[in-house]
Design a protein around this ligand. Structure first.
Ligand code: GRF
Length: 216
């Protein structure tokens, strides 16, 4: 079973989906640690309720990014994790940190990357009049939200959508695609070579797509 650590800053609904899916036979992975960068992360209590070991690396107590990143790296190494899933983690990691965990570090971003890197993705997609929107699971590289995309959840934007209505549907898709990607990696079907995604031993020409217009 591939040991996975999940790193959070907030409520941790993606973390919960990853933990719950690990209980399915055949998932291929288990969650060994949930780490937050702040005591107030709501996901810490959720993780504890699910029986997962938790820890906090309190960002506020570190003088600079380098010292925080070093402490987070040490915590991840002590957890024994071989795959790290950033899930609503609200800090930018240094190039050194990313290099250390290259090919083993995932993130989920609420847009169809490369569209809408950064914040306020739902409002930006609505304002642009896009027909579709969604979320992307990608390997993390030093470029913010710029690493190779493994899988996207796509949904159709509806007349009258607001950032809140879209957020709910995007989250529902995220909870499908993030555990799915963890399993694809754990079972050896997806891997990162250099900075490219390979699927079943072949370069992946475009992200895997999960369509779900019925998502709540
Ligand atoms: C998700 O929308 C994810 O795409 C973004 O942050 C949000 C985290 O939500 N990176 P949660 O904490 O997993 O509920």
């Amino acid at each position: 079973m591939l040991p996975v650590a999940v790193v959070i800053s907030g409520r941790g609904s993606n973390m919960e989906a990853i933990v719950r899916a690990a209980q399915n036979p055949g998932s291929g992975y288990r969650v060994v640690r949930v780490i937050a960068d702040r005591e107030t992360a709501g996901g810490l209590a959720r993780a504890a309720a699910l029986g997962v070991s938790t820890s906090v690396v309190p960002a506020k107590q570190f003088a600079d990014r380098a010292s925080f990143d070093a402490a987070l790296a040490a915590e991840l190494e002590s957890s024994g994790a071989r795959l790290i899933a950033l899930a609503g983690f609200m800090r930018i990691l240094s190039a050194e940190f990313v290099q250390k965990f290259a090919g083993r570090l995932l993130n989920i971003h609420p847009s169809l990357l490369p569209l809408y890197k950064g914040l306020d993705t739902h409002a930006r997609a609505i304002a642009a009049g896009d027909s579709h929107h969604g979320a992307s699971v990608h390997y993390v590289t030093a470029e913010l939200d710029g690493g190779p995309v493994i899988m996207q959840g796509r949904l159709r934007l509806r007349a009258g959508d607001t950032p809140e209505t879209v957020s709910a549907r995007v989250h529902a898709l995220e909870h499908i695609i993030y555990p799915h990607v963890c399993s694809l990696i754990a079972t050896g079907r997806v891997e990162c070579r250099d900075t490219s995604v390979y699927f079943d031993g072949e370069p992946l020409p475009a992200p895997l797509i999960e369509e779900n217009d019925a998502a709540a």
